[in-house]
Design a protein around this ligand. Sequence first.
Ligand code: LMR
Length: 389
Amino acid sequence: MFDALTRQPDDPLLALIGLFRADERAGKVDLGVGVYRDETGATPIFRAVKEAERRLVETQPTKAYVGPEGDPVFLDRLWALTTGEAGKGRATAALQTPGGSGALRLAADLMARMGTKGIWLGLPSWPNHASIFKAAGLEVITYPFFDIPSQAVLFDRMMEALAGAAAGDAVLLHASCHNPTGANLSAEQWRAVSDLIAEKGLLPLVDIAYQGYGRGLDEDAAGLRTLLATVPEALVSVSCSKSFGLYRERTGAIYAACSNSETALSVRTNLAALARTSYSMPPDHGAAIVSTILGDPALTADWKAEIETMRLRITTIRERLAAGLSARWQVLTAIREQEGMFSLLPLEEADVLKLRAEHAIYMPTSGRINIAGLKTAEVDAVITKFLSL
Ligand code: LMR
């Protein structure tokens, strides 16, 4: 019976983890999967996370199920962190999910249930976006978002394309720290796209997975907040993987901002029913950590200070890379203005494979680099190897 199945290729991004691990060369450099690393090459556990875990070990009264919706206190605290004033008092349906991917899949399943036909996706995007939407049965309609050779956001073309969307279509937007380009919309562009979405009756799905790694915690959510203040309905997928360093704990949430509380209740029951037939109930350890941190002003302050240090480290590496790489690719001065973990270099697949084979530099064949994976001490050597291509 199993022979009805054909073997599937590994996920190309996740396969890099194994390839890198198996490489025995000294000085190998991992610019692959989006994981923050410090100057020693370690992915640290935030001090506040460790402290929250210690408290949970001592005080958590039970491991009984949390229910399909998850913990409402976690959901409220994370919503406040993400949306600030824009989310206050808004009728919202919320569910704790297994990571940001779980949130995106629930959003896609909900849209399929609502009869949403197409979801508009700017290219390039995180490869799993299209896969998740297609797996839920949605039609993915693409539009140009970013031009790699000029490192420019194609805003006019994006607006032209979205002007052709049908009422009821969905549109995926990255809140900030765009994956894979690091290029983001300006405040003015967020206003314009929010107005267009409201005018055309589109449903925005905003993916926020890197809050705190770009320009700052509030700054990285500013576009999303503008959108929420403009549109009657929106979906927001939140990942705590990077912002709280909880990758393997699979911590996230899906929120639906609704125009009234009756609709919010209906959306919540649908999300809960979808979760029940998928993974039933969400993992809770990561959510309990986030809730503990956000419920304690001292822990929150410490977490904010630590993520700010990480953000500044990335900014410094961006400056060094921009200065070094622009000697060969003038346009790569843009790396300085881009933000978050990623930039997308104008490389051919052959260049990427050569860097891997000859210099043990690992990155996906798209040319995306995880800047947060670089140590300061490696930057000059990595630049030299890129310039030697
Ligand atoms: C990435 O893009 O590298 C991360 O979001 C990890 C993942 O799940 O792909």
